[in-house]
Design a protein around this ligand. Structure first.
Ligand code: ASP
Length: 349
């Protein structure tokens, strides 16, 4: 009997340990009643843990995530488009220094702030993106203008800035983006690099960076859209561009499947074409959004390269089901459905 009890205890221990290290998987199932509209956002994935965040800071994040998602939700509730909801929601997060996008963007190796963004329309598969801009206050607005007002999909650096000015977008002095906290992060990373403690390619270092913002939405007209905006990764150099402005990697939307916004170690998200891969698994293999998101983030992504690629996604499908999938310790995230039910999360459950 004792032997059986011991085996049972070992089983319980193994099972509970496994659960503890398990990454987060959350999906909000709205079927069989299709949602009329819904919206989901992220504010970056990484080592976001309850034990290293003060209550005051947690409250600040909650408040900002809620403020942002309510803006998009209102647009959808009033019959607005998913594209407008995505753009306006991201604007709120870009204007907050809490996130690594717009105002709170991280610093490059050279001490500048360089922004990447993209947006995609699931109805037309039209898309717009911008990379490496330094003076455009809201990079997601530039991405939207590239989509709506130019024949191109991706504009970069000086050319993108010229286009932004021509379109009358708000231009700011580069110092607008400079924040004390992100400058300190750069100094810390540079010191570690100098002491050979870590490099840009160090997995732990990458996992400690977060704050990219993204949004996916389904509107009352049945149209999906997604968008992503970021300052990239601390200490990036040589004009490095991440996944966020790459359609199919950082952002993807298709009315036949889903809308996805990614966050994490961009090099791997590009190599894995993460956002499109989720859509492709749904389209070609008939997987549900939940299954596709789990397969890509938990099974495929960690096997790209040998560094243990980290990150997550938020996504919404054509029926309004939502998925938040990440293999990091946490991800800032929020959802709101057509009943006005709000969910805000940060940590692993
Ligand atoms: N994916 C972004 C990049 O690689 C960073 C992030 O999401 O934290 O530029």
């Amino acid at each position: 009997m004792k032997k059986y009890i011991n085996v049972f205890i070992i089983f319980i221990l193994v099972f509970s340990c496994k659960n503890e290290s398990n990454p987060e998987t959350e999906s909000i199932q709205t079927n069989p009643q299709k949602a009329e509209f819904s919206i989901i956002i992220h504010g970056g994935a990484g080592s976001i843990r309850r034990d290293n965040m003060s209550e005051a800071r947690e409250a600040m994040y909650r408040q900002k995530l809620e403020e942002a998602i309510r803006v998009g939700h209102n647009i959808l509730k009033n019959g607005g488009t998913s594209l407008d909801a995505v753009q306006s929601t991201i604007n709120i997060l870009e204007d907050s220094s809490l996130f690594n996008a717009g105002k709170g963007a991280v610093f490059t190796h050279e001490g500048t702030n360089e922004h990447d963004a993209s947006i995609m329309d699931g109805k037309t598969l039209n898309a717009g993106a911008s990379a490496g801009t330094k003076t455009v206050k809201n990079p997601i607005n530039l991405a939207r203008a590239v989509m709506d007002k130019s024949p191109h999909v991706l504009l970069s650096r000086d050319g993108a800035e010229t286009f932004a000015k021509e379109q009358g977008l708000e231009i700011v002095d580069p110092s607008y983006f400079s924040t004390e906290k992100k400058l300190k992060s750069l100094e810390r990373v540079k010191t570690s690099e100098k002491n050979k403690v870590a490099s840009f390619y160090d997995a732990d270092l990458q996992n400690s960076k977060f704050g990219t913002v993204g949004c996916a939405a389904l509107d009352k007209h049945g149209n999906l859209a997604a968008g992503t905006s970021t300052g990239g990764m601390t200490n990036k150099r040589w004009g490095r561009i991440g996944d966020s402005p790459i359609i199919g990697a950082g952002t993807y939307a298709n009315n036949n499947t889903c809308a996805v916004s990614s966050t994490g170690w961009g090099e791997f998200f590009i190599r894995g074409m993460v956002a499109y891969d989720i859509s492709a698994l749904m389209e070609y293999k008939g997987l549900s959004l939940e299954e596709a998101a789990k397969e890509v983030i938990q099974n495929k992504l960690p096997n790209i390269g040998d560094q243990g690629a980290k990150g997550g996604i938020v996504a919404i499908d054509k029926d309004g089901n939502m998925a938040m999938e990440f293999n990091t310790q946490g991800m800032f995230r929020a959802t709101m459905n057509d009943k006005g039910e709000l969910y805000v999360g940060m940590f692993n459950k």
